[in-house]
Design a protein around this ligand. Structure first.
Ligand code: G6P
Length: 568
């Protein structure tokens, strides 16, 4: 089949290119004075308010972006995703993370089979298992209840669950259910991460969940073997059956590893790793910590956005609007990065998760048909909670590079505090910054204003803020399991919209392979040099020098000396 035309060859793309000069003529300050425009750029869904009036865009831009969406067949692509078509063509897979949170009675087909009953079968199994662990009906090898969980996994088998766990930790309802329990995540193959995870934990009261879609990821498998050793060294090898369970699509390898397949929780190849939080990958560890009922609310929140995304018209569709505006910023205004700035510490792990969702999905150089792109797709995502970021990198955002920002605020704090004698509550103080920063970016401060304030002449340029820097503000009513699910789904779908418009495959990740295979070559060399004193061979000058230095300056721990794990 002939490759379809690249999106940049279409008329709507060219129209938007031509439109850039018009937009650049009007400062955001002026755009913001048009109340009607601002009003039209605020949309509400299910208690959330999205304000995108601080985008460098007008109704004309929006219309042009709608034309672009049409030219990209956005609606058809969204439908194909929901219909279980194999839109991940390079891996020949459907993309059905929406099925993971679909109500029990819904029908979502993959290859002519409704997958929803399978999803619920696993959810029911998780509910039952987590209740048995939490109630103490399932006990460890020495008869003690398992109150602590280490989830061993990396990438998509780690970042999403960590984000949700961190967000739930301070939610008053969820945290009630987590009393007396601990959930930790072991991701990095660095022994330091192992040490951090096991410090203060007793194998007798610890359940380990090995989470890996493929069950072949080098880091996860080494960490899983290390923790298995930690358990069997303390409790004997037969304890592993009571203390280790798994989440994977590869149940054969789970069994080979020594975990009873009855204690394995499945998911399917139509769930991409970075889109797997709502599968057993996230649902199992989170249910162990907070109970299934809390996690079910999270799934419901995500599902509410799925339905909205699937059915709402473009002008009212949160993920579609956000996706189109991102394309506008990246591909037309030339802003390749985006800052994710939640004004709540509970979302401190949100940006790291979205980094994977966005950059692993859309960091591609070819179209879905394999044609090199004459434009750059993908965006650079980073972020920190406000107000911390303000005291760090905001300087660059205000006076250096233009970086479109996502401000995420919450009306009702998870932890309301009012310190006596203060002018406003602690949450109001935080939110004062949430409301101020977008205007500072949009309006800036002119030399005229500074001179009026009697700023010395030699400081005027230093103190000038050019403004005209775009942002969106998303105001959530609160931050509970339901809203957290919504937030996740908004960002997942936004990323998909961007990829659909750019005409790329947002669901494969070939770019992670080369480094992995080179590491295999290095691993072999380290083994040969350590064990057989073989010289470093087959690498370039630089890598040879570095490896030689490493081998000479470090000593391997021989198997005999190795205590496997330091005593903590
Ligand atoms: O879940 P696993 O199969 O262990 O994969 C873990 C991660 O590793 C890979 O390198 C991919 O880049 C990620 O998308 C994936 O989430």
């Amino acid at each position: 089949m002939a490759p379809s035309a690249l999106i940049c060859e279409t008329q709507p793309w060219k129209d938007l290119k031509a439109h850039v000069d018009d937009i650049k003529k009007t400062h955001l300050r002026e755009l913001m004075s048009d109340t009607e425009r601002c009003q039209s750029m605020m949309i509400e869904f299910d208690g959330m308010l999205l304000d995108y009036s601080r985008q460098r865009a007008t109704s004309d831009t929006l219309n042009k972006l709608k034309n672009l969406a049409e030219a990209a067949h956005l609606k058809e692509k969204i439908n194909k995703m929901f219909n279980g078509e194999r839109i991940n063509s390079t891996e020949d897979r459907s993309v059905l993370h929406v099925a993971l949170r679909a109500p029990r009675d819904s029908v979502i087909n993959s290859d002519g089979k409704n997958v929803v009953p399978d999803v619920w079968q696993v959810l029911d199994k998780i509910k039952d298992f987590s209740e048995r662990i939490r109630s103490g009906a399932w006990i460890g090898a020495t008869g003690k209840a398992l109150t602590n969980v280490i989830a061993v996994g990396i990438g998509g088998s780690f970042l999403g669950p960590l984000f949700v766990h961190t967000a739930l930790q301070t939610d008053s309802e969820a945290s009630e259910f987590a009393k007396g329990r601990q959930l930790r995540f072991l991701a990095n193959v660095d022994p330091v991460d192992v040490a951090r995870n096991i410090t203060g934990l007793d194998p007798e009261t610890t359940l380990v969940v090995v989470v890996s879609k493929t069950f072949t990821t080098a880091e996860t498998m080494l960490n899983a073997r290390t923790i298995r050793e930690w358990i069997s060294a303390a409790l004997g090898p037969e304890a592993v059956a009571k203390h280790m369970v798994a989440v994977s699509t590869n149940l054969t390898l789970v069994e080979k590893f020594g975990i009873d397949p009855n204690n394995a929780f499945a998911f399917w190849d139509w769930v991409g790793g970075r889109y797997s939080v709502c599968s057993a990958v996230g649902v199992l560890p989170l249910s162990l910590q907070y109970g299934f009922a809390v996690v079910e609310k999270f799934l419901k929140g995500a599902s509410s956005i799925d339905q909205h995304f699937h059915s709402a018209p473009i002008e009212k569709n949160l993920p579609v609007l956000l996706g189109l505006l991102s394309v506008w910023n990246v591909s037309f205004l030339g802003y390749p990065a985006r800052a994710i700035l939640p004004y709540t510490q509970a979302l401190e792990k949100f940006a790291p998760h979205i980094q994977q969702v966005s950059m692993e999905s859309n960091g591609k150089g070819v179209s879905i048909d394999g044609v090199p792109l004459p434009f750059e797709a993908g965006e650079i995502d980073f972020g920190e909670p406000g107000t911390n970021g303000q005291h760090s990198f905001y300087q660059l955002i205000h006076q250096g590079r233009v970086i479109p920002c996502d401000f995420i605020g919450v009306v009702k704090s998870q932890q309301p505090v009012y310190l006596k004698g203060e002018v406003v509550s602690n949450h109001d103080e935080l939110m004062s910054n949430f409301f101020a920063q977008p205007d500072a970016l949009a309006y800036g401060k002119t030399p005229e204003q500074l001179l009026k304030e009697n700023v010395p002449h030699h400081l005027v340029t230093h103190k000038t803020f050019s403004g005209d820097r775009p942002s969106v503000s998303l105001l959530l009513p609160s931050l509970n399991a339901y809203n957290i699910g919504q937030l996740l789904a908004i960002y997942e779908h936004r990323v998909a919209v961007e990829g659909f418009v750019w005409g790329i495959n947002s669901f494969d990740q070939w770019g992670v392979e080369l480094g992995k295979s080179l590491a295999t070559q290095v691993r072999k060399q380290l083994n040969a040099s350590r064990k057989k004193a073989e010289p470093v061979e087959g690498f370039n000058f630089s890598t040879t020098a570095l490896l030689t230095r490493y081998l000479e300056a470090s000593t391997d721990i021989s198997k005999e000396d190795c205590t496997v794990l330091p005593k903590m």
